[in-house]
Ligand binder design. Structure first.
Ligand code: SF4
Ligand code: SF3
Length: 541
């Protein structure tokens, strides 16, 4: 196996024996082969000039498959074998429509058993692309597409889709098979991936807010009550909605975990009396937190950490693109409905959660809420009460070097405000950093996809201040990344013209020196240094 798609890639270069994330060699290879099959499908669609509007099943499956290969989403080898078989069958059904076209092996290979798949996978992985710059750009595009697919999948669950996004996914995946593309063409495609990343985030924002209302300032309880309970993790709000409907009146409470925390900010979920609060922190602390939670856990997406005991594993359920061997996977019916009765009945037999924290945290600063406060914010900037905003969105992770972000937040001058989204927030959202004239110094917009709100806020401020470039605003970007959703957020920001983004705690292993150089020279991308040096740099001292 060889995988270098996340920030924790072994030795900063790539995982070769087993993933730091816990992904084993078989799953890594099956994921590679699944992506390879999707590339073949994409080539058939591109070369055959197929109309994406007629391909609903393929569109939805391709998106789900890409999502399944995101870091920490799915560790289930059998689920991948099943998907590869399904995608080969769909691919073969489409192939007749590209008759006469010269097709790549990805569009024609056959492998039906797991053994045959593993054998095939050995020759088609990331390292099969020999030129390191081409490899780097291809993978940068593919990882962006994985993040984009995750957001597209959630929007689709709410019934919103945009065929232009599917068409782009096919175009881009097919391009990763094309040896005649130049590095410049791949760079252009990378930026176009960012453009569609913006479209995918906009689509999900529209889906979420049209169904659940606009997030509003909300205090979220981080303590517990004395009832049996279910913990829901991941990003899928339709799963949460169904769980809340099904637990209503059962005496079973529901708590959010990690990236599900922002669900509390949506008006639609406030009517549920059993929707108690948020339990725990970012994904990587889950094993200890699940031990003290006592109840069942429902993963709707990444990030799963392989459970350390059977006792914990038996309490984990998965849905959607997520999966773990030995854990029950709840499938949706043809209407997208999921039956969580088994989890609810199981919860009733288990003890209530143990309190690990108490108090409240505040969030809900997505675009509409911030626009409602715009006058106050603009006045604070004009009067000098707010000197600078720091966008600190993205992911959290287990590396010790991420303590940088807590220290950075603590040491920032008191006249600065942090704009956050994603699970990166857990490094500073419980620090009590105070407020500036009633505006909290940490404004949480929501999940990583709600980085879209942060971009809209920046564009709004640009308009209010009559500037012609977002880079003239007093906003600095110090982003933490871990998995591929952060890659699409980064590409989206680059597409929107944001310059000088600092990315940490380390730069991606998949950036070759030459590709990194392009990002540094064209976009001013930089890594992180020491907290004091970086704050001095950002504050222009
Ligand atoms: Fe390694 Fe990250 Fe790939 Fe897991 S996802 S195998 S930790 S690079
Ligand atoms: Fe976190 Fe996995 Fe990326 Fe949605 S839950 S941000 S790491």
């Amino acid at each position: 196996m060889f995988c270098f798609q996340c920030q924790e890639a072994a030795k900063g270069t790539g995982c070769e024996v087993k993933g730091v994330c816990g992904k084993n060699e078989e799953v890594a290879k099956l994921q590679d082969l699944l992506v390879y099959t999707l590339k073949g499908i994409s080539e058939i669609i591109s070369k055959g000039g197929l109309d994406v509007k007629d391909l609903a099943e393929v569109n939805h499956e391709v998106i789900k498959c890409l999502f399944m290969t995101i870091t920490n989403a799915n560790f289930d080898d059998e689920a991948f074998v099943k998907e590869i078989n399904k995608m080969i069958e769909l691919r073969n059904g489409l192939r007749g429509k590209a008759a006469g076209a010269d097709l790549h092996d990805a569009a024609t290979f056959e492998a039906s058993s797991k053994e045959a798949m593993l054998e095939k996978a050995a020759g088609i992985g990331v390292l099969a692309t020999a030129n390191e710059d081409v490899r780097s750009l291809r993978e940068l595009i593919i990882y962006g597409l994985k993040g984009l697919a995750a957001y597209t999948h959630h929007a689709l669950n709410i019934g919103k889709e945009n065929v232009d996004i599917y068409a782009f996914v096919y175009k881009a995946l097919a391009a990763t098979l094309n040896d005649s593309l130049s590095a410049d063409e791949l760079v252009a495609l990378t930026l176009e991936t960012g453009k569609f990343g913006v479209a995918a985030m906009a689509l999900l924002d529209e889906a979420n807010t049209s169904k659940y209302g606009n997030p509003e300032i909300t205090e979220v309880n981080i303590g517990v009550r004395n009832n049996p309970a279910i913990l829901i993790s991941g990003h899928d709000l339709t799963d949460l909605e169904q769980l809340l409907e099904q637990t209503k009146g059962t005496g079973v409470d529901v708590y959010t975990h990690s990236e599900m925390l922002p669900a509390h900010y949506y008006p639609a979920f406030k009517k549920y009396d059993n929707f108690v609060g948020n339990y725990g922190n970012a994904w990587w602390k889950q094993l200890d937190e699940f031990a003290s939670f006592h109840g069942p856990i429902l993963f709707t997406t990444n990030c799963i950490v392989p459970p350390r005991s059977e006792e914990i594993r038996d309490r984990i359920f998965t849905s959607g693109a997520s999966g773990y061997p030995g854990c029950t996977h709840i499938e949706a019916d043809e209407h997208g409905r999921k039956n969580f009765a088994e989890i609810i009945e199981f919860a009733k037999t288990l003890p209530a959660p143990e309190e690990i924290e108490s108090g409240k945290i505040v969030g809900g600063f997505a675009h509409e809420q911030v626009f409602a406060l715009a006058d106050k914010v603009v006045d604070a900037v004009k009067s000098g009460a707010i000197k600078k905003f720091f966008v600190m969105a993205g992911c959290d992770g287990r590396m010790k070097s991420r303590e940088y972000y807590t220290e950075f937040a603590e040491k920032l001058p008191k006249d600065t405000v942090i704009l956050t989204a994603g699970c990166a927030k857990y490094r500073y959202n419980k620090l009590n950093l105070g407020d500036i004239g009633g505006i909290p110094r940490v404004l949480d917009a929501g999940q990583c996809n709600d980085s879209y709100s942060l971009a809209l806020i920046a564009l709004k401020l640009k308009e209010v201040f009559g500037l012609d470039d977002v880079n003239q605003l007093p906003i600095a970007y110090n982003i933490a990344w871990y998995e591929q959703k952060a890659v699409i957020v980064l590409l989206a920001l680059l597409y929107l013209g944001v310059k000088n983004i600092h990315l940490g705690p380390t730069l991606p292993a998949f950036l070759s020196p030459n590709v990194a150089k392009v990002l540094v020279e064209t976009f001013g991308i930089a890594g992180i240094g020491t907290v004091d040096d970086d704050i001095a740099l950002f504050m222009g001292k």
